[in-house]
Ligand binder design. Structure first.
Ligand code: HEM
Length: 457
C-alpha cells in the first residue's frame, strides 16, 4: 500500500450499479457475490452502503489486515467520514452500525487508549475458571427449559439468551436483570420501530442505573473495576463502555454458537470427528470462524489521507468496510482441509479483528461459545435438524452472518436435579438470592426491573 494525492485519481463515486448493503439480504447469503466482486475488481470493490452513499469493501485477506493494523492511515471514528462531514449522513439517525457513540470502538489515538485501558483491565480480572462454571450453569438452565419437549429452536431458546445472561452476571447482577436486558436488546433489533426507540432509551437507563448502583455499592464485577481504574472514566463514560460490551459481545457470540451448531448438524465428517474426540470444540470454533464468520462484514474505517490499495486510489474521507468473509475466501490464503474435515490453519482467521481495536474479550467469547456448544452436544441425545438445512433462514443483516432460527429435534430428556443458585463468578460470595429479594426499588435500575417484571406477570 502506498500513499498518493487525490488529484485526478479514480474515485468510488464513479462506480455504477453497485451491490447494496441495505435492504433485505438474500437468504442464500453472499458468498458468490464476494467471488464475483473479486473477479471484477480485485482486492477492493465499490459498494453502496445507503441509497447514493458509496463505500469500499475490502476483499483481500492482506488488505483487510493492513487496514486494521494501520490506525494512522485509517480511522475508526465515523465523524471522519466525508459523507458525515458533507451532511449526507446524520450520525444521530444513522443505523447503529454506522452511527457514533462516546465509546472505545469509535475512538482513535489517545482517547482510544484512555477508554480501552479500563475495559482490558476489568476483563483481565475475570476469573475464567469460575466464569466457565457459571456459563455452564446458565447453559444447563436454558437446556432444562426445553429438554423435556424433544424439540427446540437453538437460536431463540439458547444461543441468543446465553451471552447476554453471562455478561449480565459479569456486571454483578442476578439473572432476572439479564432476561430484561436480553428482552430489550431483542426489541431493539426487531421490526417495531416505535418499541425499538423505547427499548433503546430503557437500555440506556439500565446502564446508567447499573453504574450509579456500582458507584454506591462497588463489588467484584466489570463495572466496579472500570469505575476504580486509574484512567478515571466518568460514570457516563463507564455506562457507555458497559453498553458497548453488551452490544459488541451479544450477537457475534450468538451467531458463533449458532453457526457452530449448524456445522455440527450438517457436516457429517466434522460431527464424527468431534464426537470421537479427534476434533476439540476450540478447533471446531476456529473452523467456523474461518468458514461461517459471525460477522461477514464490519463497518468501517475512514481513510485519513489518499492511499492506494491494490489498483485502487482511495481518497481521504472514504469509508472502507472490513470484509471478514471475503478475506477468508481470498485465493491468496486458500487452505486445504484436515482429515477431520476442518480448514487447515483456521486459527489465522481475522474474526476477532487486529490492530488497536482487536476484540479485548476474545478469550471470554471463545469460552462462552465452547461451553455452550459442549453443553448442547453432551445433553441433547439424537440431536438433528427439524427442517431441511437448505431452508434455514439467515438474519437479514448485511454485516452479521447467522441464522434467524435453528429448529432441532432430539430424544426428550430430564431437566437436571435442582441445584443451588450459582455463586457470582470470581467473588466467592454468598449464593445470589432470588431476583425479587435483590431488587431495590429506590434506584433507577431497580425501578426499571420492577417495570419490566410488571409486564411479565
Ligand atoms: C464471537 C464473539 C465475538 C466476536 C466475533 C468479536 C469480534 C470483535 C471484533 C472484530 C472487534 C473489532 C472491531 C473493530 O476493529 O472495529 C471487536 C471489538 C470489541 N469487542 Fe468483540 N467480539 C466478540 C465478543 C465480544 C464480547 C463477549 C465482548 C464483551 C465482553 C466484546 C467486546 C468488544 C469490545 C469492547 C470491542 C471494542 C474494542 C476497541 O474498540 O478497542 N466482544 N470484537
Amino acid at each position: 500500500m502506498t500513499t498518493r494525492s487525490s488529484e485526478g485519481t479514480p474515485s468510488c463515486d464513479r462506480a455504477a450499479s453497485l451491490p447494496r448493503f441495505y435492504g433485505p439480504t438474500p437468504d442464500t447469503g453472499r458468498d458468490s457475490l464476494w467471488d464475483e466482486l473479486r473477479e471484477r475488481h480485485g482486492s477492493i470493490a465499490p459498494v453502496e452502503l445507503e441509497p447514493g452513499v458509496r463505500a469500499w469493501l475490502l476483499l483481500g485477506y492482506h488488505e483487510n489486515l493492513t487496514v486494521l493494523q494501520n490506525p494512522h492511515l485509517f480511522s475508526r471514528d465515523t465523524r471522519r467520514w466525508r459523507e458525515v462531514l458533507n451532511g449526507r449522513i446524520d450520525l444521530a439517525t444513522a443505523r447503529p452500525a454506522l452511527s457514533w457513540r462516546p465509546n472505545v470502538l469509535y475512538a482513535d489515538g489517545a482517547d482510544h487508549t484512555r477508554l480501552r485501558g479500563p475495559i482490558v483491565s476489568a476483563l483481565s480480572r475475570v476469573d475464567m475458571a469460575a466464569t466457565a462454571r457459571d456459563v455452564r450453569r446458565i447453559a444447563d438452565d436454558l437446556i432444562d427449559s426445553f429438554i423435556a419437549d424433544g424439540e427446540a429452536d437453538l437460536i431463540g431458546g439458547f444461543a441468543d439468551p446465553l451471552p447476554v445472561l453471562v455478561l449480565n452476571r459479569l456486571y454483578g447482577l442476578p439473572d432476572g436483570y439479564g432476561h430484561m436486558l436480553g428482552d430489550l436488546t431483542g426489541i431493539v433489533f426487531g421490526d417495531d420501530a416505535r418499541r425499538a426507540e423505547d427499548a433503546v432509551m430503557r437500555i440506556q437507563q439500565y446502564f446508567a442505573g447499573l453504574v450509579a448502583r456500582k458507584r454506591r455499592e462497588p463489588g467484584r464485577d466489570l463495572v466496579s473495576w472500570m469505575l476504580e481504574h486509574a484512567n478515571g472514566l466518568t460514570d457516563h463514560e463507564v455506562a457507555h463502555q458497559a453498553a458497548l460490551m453488551n452490544s459488541a459481545g451479544h450477537q457475534p457470540t450468538t451467531h458463533l454458537i449458532g453457526n457452530t451448531m449448524r456445522t455440527l448438524l450438517t457436516e457429517e465428517r466434522i460431527r464424527a470427528a468431534h464426537s470421537d474426540a479427534r476434533l476439540s470444540v476450540r478447533e471446531l470454533l476456529d473452523h467456523v470462524m474461518w468458514t461461517d464468520t459471525p460477522f461477514q462484514v464490519l463497518p468501517a474505517r475512514f481513510a485519513l489521507q489518499d492511499v492506494r490499495i491494490g489498483d485502487t486510489e482511495v481518497r481521504a474521507g472514504d469509508a472502507l468496510l472490513i470484509g471478514f468473509d471475503p478475506a477468508h475466501r481470498d485465493p491468496a490464503v486458500r487452505r486445504g482441509r484436515e482429515e477431520t474435515g476442518v480448514v487447515r490453519g483456521a486459527r489465522a482467521h481475522l474474526m476477532f479483528g487486529a490492530g488497536p481495536h482487536a476484540c479485548p474479550a476474545h478469550e471470554l467469547a471463545r469460552m462462552i461459545a465452547a461451553t455452550g456448544v459442549s453443553a448442547l452436544h453432551e445433553r441433547l441425545v439424537g440431536l438433528r435438524p427439524a427442517v431441511d438445512p437448505a431452508g434455514l433462514r439467515r438474519v437479514p443483516s448485511p454485516f452479521l452472518r447467522g441464522l434467524s432460527a435453528l429448529p432441532v429435534v432430539f430424544v426428550p430428556g430430564e431437566p437436571l436435579p435442582l441445584r443451588e443458585p450459582a455463586v457470582p463468578a470470581d467473588t466467592g460470595a454468598e449464593p445470589t438470592p432470588p431476583d425479587e429479594a435483590r431488587a431495590p426499588t429506590d434506584d433507577l435500575l431497580g425501578r426499571l426491573f420492577t417495570w419490566w417484571r410488571s409486564l411479565h406477570r
